[in-house]
Design a protein around this ligand. Structure first.
Ligand code: SF4
Length: 727
């Protein structure tokens, strides 16, 4: 009876809104530990600044870590580290939903800390904070993960790239202008006007006015044959100077500050294309002018050859165009009319040098009909795949939570001499629902709802070099697995390995709460299975079991929540998409797997043939080790996973994403195993401060510092407070 009711819910959904997960404030169990995100160190806020090599974009936590690394390991160094952590926490809290200068946030945090500090604290707070501030970029902007983060971050890097190109082309133009003007000056100096008595007097200066007879000198010089520039060349040079000086594509050092330049950022593909085509004749004229001016300055321009050559020259032969500014277009899928999205594909396929940020705030609107989103007919990931199909478009898909980590890819896309599409999920829908966008974005990646991938046509000749899914957790698996530790009804600590699937991600959306139905423990039955198991079984039309999701309420109580077929179908669709991407990226490639299987079968057949030809040696003892090995395996498979004490330092090794953060802190204390996943190799090789710092830096929050092992280590009280969120 219970199963029948649950099956009806699975097949037909959906409950009346408000009777499900909303009322209980349920979160997927694996996200429960991130409820207080502000207490955890993560990639936000991001700091945008100009480094020595150009624009930089780094997490505040990483900037501080680098600065603190240089401090000595003494009392003063530890005090500064402690104060830096407090500043970081305050800035993280105050920067929520903000775009603000680092200096303003720093002053604000400083005032708050000064207000709450005791006068008995050692060392001058003011001096310490001034010292810490000097270690950070003087001018910087701080952004939180939210609707503005993708455009701010991309524009920051784009401006740096444009400034680099403009500086190169500007220098080239200024040099040419000087050369062309010198040619005209020399020509004029040798002309009758240039050799008049007055001009000769002016050129010698007032000190020599009485020393020479400028009139006779002029008569003498003008009597000589004049070998000035032919009029056609003089006119061409004047025209080139005019074209180079009047261009409005980028500033040069010789330009006046008031010069009005073209705008290159747009919020509409149609407008960007219109501007591009309107400016195209001037772009071509300027590029040709640069090439012609170079020949003029060298003195190698030949009218009989070059006039017709330049008339016929095609756009692809105009090398200076590569240095012209790129068009930056911001499109928000949820707001852009459908026509804009088709225009986008048109613009990308035209091969123009445009860079497009395609921002997605809401990944889930298509699940609910009548949502009113203008772009509702096209799924955002379809646009990225369409661009991939064009072959010569650089495409990056990444959630906003990972922007700092993919900044090198973004730079490569901006430098790519062709169209580039940056498809970014902001997670911003989460903000309006009270859930931080950073977590929404990170959950989309973790669940495979929005995997990270990059296609760089300039990276090499084949797919293996061009396409990558690196950066996704456990790419060889359908879903990443995580340890869930909880207390059961008998107050026993339990550990379970569960998958994080797209259903976990979809369960965060209050609009889908009608597809979730919590089941009280007294109604649980053995035909309920976790979502990942259900997905593995490939549900039939009339399944024999029903899927549930583990969720946690605001009191940290665990619930089983039934989900509908609609969510399962959505998860299946995400899985198919993930499989396709994975194959493109060379992970679990079906062609390779088939070839390996065939090779193995051939090898096994050959082995069987050989053993059939060889008479068997009667050695019954040989079977014993095999049996023993099987017995050992069974025991180890059945062995319960150890239950950890919160006092014990450990790493959830199987969840490690090999980011290197902990290893960089102490590579003797932390080591990688054969799967390149971190574990604690030797506690005595490091300090409690180091394991706490590693826990704070670990983006997955899988390092658990436990309790200190050396009672003589300084600042233990403070370190234990910092360790609390990770126990
Ligand atoms: S355990 Fe270390 S290497 Fe693994 S994710 Fe955490 S910080 Fe990175």
């Amino acid at each position: 009876m219970r199963f029948q009711e649950d099956l009806t819910f699975y097949l037909n959904g959906k409950m009346a809104s408000g009777t499900g997960t909303e009322a209980l404030e349920l979160l997927p169990a694996l996200l429960a530990r991130y409820r207080r995100l502000e207490a955890l160190r993560h990639d936000y806020p991001l700091v945008l600044f100009r480094g020595e090599e150009g624009p930089e974009m780094r997490p505040l936590s990483a900037l501080l870590d680098d600065a603190l690394e240089k401090l000595p390991r003494d009392e003063e160094g530890d005090r500064l580290r402690y104060r830096a952590r407090r500043m970081e926490q305050e800035i993280r809290k105050n920067s929520r939903d903000q775009v603000e200068s680092l200096s303003t946030l720093w002053e604000q945090a400083q005032a708050e800390i000064a207000g709450s500090s005791s006068s008995r604290e050692p060392g001058s707070l003011k001096e310490d904070l001034a010292r810490l501030r000097e270690m950070l970029p003087a001018v910087a902007q701080v952004i939180d993960c939210g609707p503005q983060a993708p455009s701010r971050a991309l524009k920051h890097l784009w401006e740096g790239e444009q400034a680099r190109k403009a500086a190169r082309l500007g220098r080239r133009i200024d040099r040419l202008l000087m050369g062309l003007e010198n040619l005209l000056r020399a020509d004029e100096a040798a002309s009758a006007a240039g050799l008049s008595a007055n001009r000769l007097r002016e050129s010698m200066g007032p000190g020599f006015a009485s020393e020479f007879d400028f009139k006779s000198m002029s008569q003498l010089l003008t009597a000589l044959p004049h070998t000035g520039l032919p009029e056609s060349r003089r006119e061409r040079i004047r025209q080139l100077i005019h074209t180079l000086k009047s261009q409005r594509f980028f500033p040069t050092a010789l330009d006046s500050k008031e010069k009005s330049l073209y705008e290159f950022t747009f919020t509409s593909c149609a407008e960007a294309l219109r501007a591009y085509y309107q400016r195209l004749p001037r772009m071509i004229a300027l590029a040709k002018a640069i090439l012609m001016a170079e020949l003029e300055v060298e003195g190698t321009y030949r009218e009989d050859v070059h006039d017709s050559l330049f008339r016929q020259m095609g756009i692809s032969e105009l090398e200076p165009l590569q240095e012209f500014p790129d068009y930056l277009i911001y499109l928000n899928v949820s707001q852009a009319p459908v026509g804009e999205l088709f225009k986008l594909i048109e613009a990308l396929s035209a091969g123009l040098s445009i860079k497009v940020l395609l921002q997605i705030d809401d990944l889930r609107y298509h699940l609910e009909s009548g949502n009113g989103h203008p772009g509702g007919g096209i799924r955002s990931e379809q646009l990225a795949r369409m661009a991939l199909g064009l072959g010569d478009v650089f495409v990056l898909q990444a959630p906003a939570s990972h922007l700092a980590r993919v900044s090198e890819h973004v730079r490569r896309g901006l430098r790519y001499p062709g169209p580039a599409l940056f498809c970014v999920y902001s997670g911003a829908q989460g903000r309006s629902e009270g859930f931080p966008p950073y977590l929404m974005a990170a959950a989309a990646l973790e669940s495979r709802a929005f995997p990270l991938w990059v296609y760089d046509p300039a990276a090499g000749p084949d797919w293996a070099s061009r396409f990558s899914v690196e950066g996704n957790p456990r790419p060889e698996q359908d879903w990443p697995m995580h340890q869930l530790t909880y207390e059961d009804a008998e107050h026993q600590r339990r550990q379970e390995e569960i998958a994080f699937t797209p259903v976990d991600f979809l369960a965060l959306d209050p609009r889908l709460s009608g597809h979730l139905s919590p089941v009280p423990p007294d109604r649980w039955h053995d035909r309920m299975v976790p979502v990942a198991v259900f997905l593995e079984e490939e549900a039939e039309d009339l399944p024999q079991r029903v899927p549930y999701l583990l969720m946690v309420d605001s009191q940290d109580r665990l619930h089983r929540v039934l989900v509908t077929r609609k969510l399962i179908q959505e998860a299946q669709r995400y899985r198919e998409h993930w499989h396709a991407l994975r194959e493109l990226g060379g992970v679990c490639n079906s062609f390779v797997e088939r070839a390996v299987a065939e090779e193995r079968r051939a090898w096994e057949e050959e082995l069987a043939r050989q053993s059939a030809e060889t008479p068997p040696e009667v050695e019954s003892e040989q079977e014993a080790p095999v049996e023993a090995a099987v017995a050992e395996e069974t025991v180890s498979e059945e062995a319960p996973s150890p239950t950890r004490s919160p006092d014990e330092p450990y790493i959830e090794t199987e969840r490690c994403s090999s980011c290197n953060e902990c290893i960089q802190i102490n590579d003797r204390m932390f080591r990688y195993n054969e799967n390149k996943q971190a574990y604690i190799a030797d506690l005595s090789a490091g300090t409690y401060e180091e394991i706490v710092r590693a826990a704070e830096r670990c983006q997955l929050a899988i390092i658990h510092p436990g309790k200190p092992w050396n009672p003589d280590e300084p600042n233990l009280e403070e370190l234990m407070k910092r360790a609390e969120p990770f126990l």
